[in-house]
Design a protein around this ligand. Structure first.
Ligand code: NAP
Length: 257
């Protein structure tokens, strides 16, 4: 049976370990028939190259630091070395300094670190999408990852503010790129044990909330449900959906207590 991403060309930005949501997304996308490219930046690029071999098909690994203008400017050409365009882009990128911004540091967060968190975690959805826009001349689907920013959480602090920016950024991108046939949506995942999550002091307090409140239950070691939702949004099965946030959280967000 043909997969839901048969013939699609997809860039997944933000794959470091096999625990990365981006890795799980790349895996499901390949299983569903997509040609996948992955990216990461800096020192972790070597790890990504090794981890890439664990995917069903070893994908090209591109270097992309979303804060580096030259990387963004060179992205189209780097992608075109492998595929002649893109049908989908996954933004699976976030960073906030855990020592100054997270785990109860909200009231003392220094601006340069906040600025970095917002640039890497929110602004980059626009800059990555813009860099990929010439590759999506026939339309496409952009999907990012958020952690429900409509409320305040324990420990999440300035990353919550950055995610609120990401969620708004997705809506403005949906507005401006809809006329070009580009859909922009987010998946709001429950807590998952990834590198980024482990770096957040007190993240286990959030995980504990899920174990009692998610009506479907929640396995914080299973990235597959989140990856499947990202792939569904990349597919042709959401043709009239943009500016949306799909919760993949075991139903947690819908419970009052
Ligand atoms: P992850 O494996 O650590 O992925 C985050 C990725 O962002 C890493 O590959 C990281 O690279 C990359 N990154 C950081 N700064 C970058 C930059 N300047 N340029 C390009 N890439 C950069 O953790 P993850 O949990 O899978 O995170 C993926 C997305 O899911 C993030 O947006 C995260 O906020 C979101 N999310 C996670 C959870 C959760 O509980 N884990 C829940 C909801 C949403 P390095 O590893 O090299 O720093």
């Amino acid at each position: 049976m043909a997969g839901i991403l048969e013939g699609k060309r997809i860039l997944v930005a933000g794959v470091t370990m096999d625990s990365s949501i981006g890795f799980a997304t790349a895996k499901v996308a390949q299983e569903q028939g997509a040609t996948v490219l992955i990216s990461n930046f800096g020192r972790a690029l070597g790890i990504t190259r090794r981890i890439a071999k664990r995917l069903p098909v070893e994908p090209p690994v591109l270097e992309l630091d979303v804060t580096d203008e030259s990387h963004l400017a060179g992205l189209e050409a780097a992608v075109r070395e492998h595929v002649d365009g893109l049908d989908g882009v996954v933004h699976s990128i976030a960073f906030g300094n855990p020592e100054t911004l997270l785990g109860g540091k909200f009231l003392t967060g220094p601006w340069p670190d906040v600025a970095q968190a917002v640039q890497v975690s929110a602004y980059s959805l626009m800059s990555l999408t813009q860099a990929c826009r010439p590759l999506m001349a026939d339309g496409g689907s952009v999907v990012g990852l958020t952690f429900d920013a409509s409320v305040a959480w324990p420990a999440y602090d300035w990353m919550g503010v950055a995610k609120a920016g990401l969620e708004s950024c997705a809506r403005y991108l949906a507005r401006d790129l809809g006329p070009e046939g580009i859909r922009v949506n987010l998946v709001s995942a429950g807590p998952l044990k990834t590198l980024a999550a482990k770096a957040i002091p007190g993240f286990e307090d959030l995980e504990a909330l899920w174990s009692t409140r998610a009506p479907l239950g929640w396995d914080n070691t299973d990235q597959a449900p989140t990856a499947k939702a990202v792939c569904a949004l990349l597919s042709d099965f959401f043709p009239a959906t943009s500016g949306e946030i799909v919760h993949v959280d075991g139903g947690f967000h819908a419970m009052g207590a």
